[in-house]
Write a protein that binds this ligand. Structure first.
Ligand SMILES: [Zn+2]
Length: 65
């Protein structure tokens, strides 16, 4: 299940949710203020996250089988 990052448009809180792909576009409720006015951040895969944090779950290891 992929991890999605959302940002609250009301209080500017950012939070992450593990959701199914088909649920990714549904509204996420802000854990801080309870607002549903949130937007999904799309930069998760290309920016944050060190290689050690990403682990071995990506396609990186496929070349080593
Ligand atoms: Zn909020």
């Amino acid at each position: 299940m992929p991890l999605y990052e959302y940002r609250c448009l009301i209080c500017d809180e950012t939070f992450e949710l593990l959701r199914r792909v088909e649920e990714a576009d549904e509204e996420a409720v802000c854990p801080r203020c309870g607002s549903e006015q949130t937007e999904r951040q799309l930069s998760l895969f290309s920016s944050s996250g060190s290689p050690s944090a990403r682990g071995c779950s990506t396609g990186f290891r496929r070349g080593f089988t």
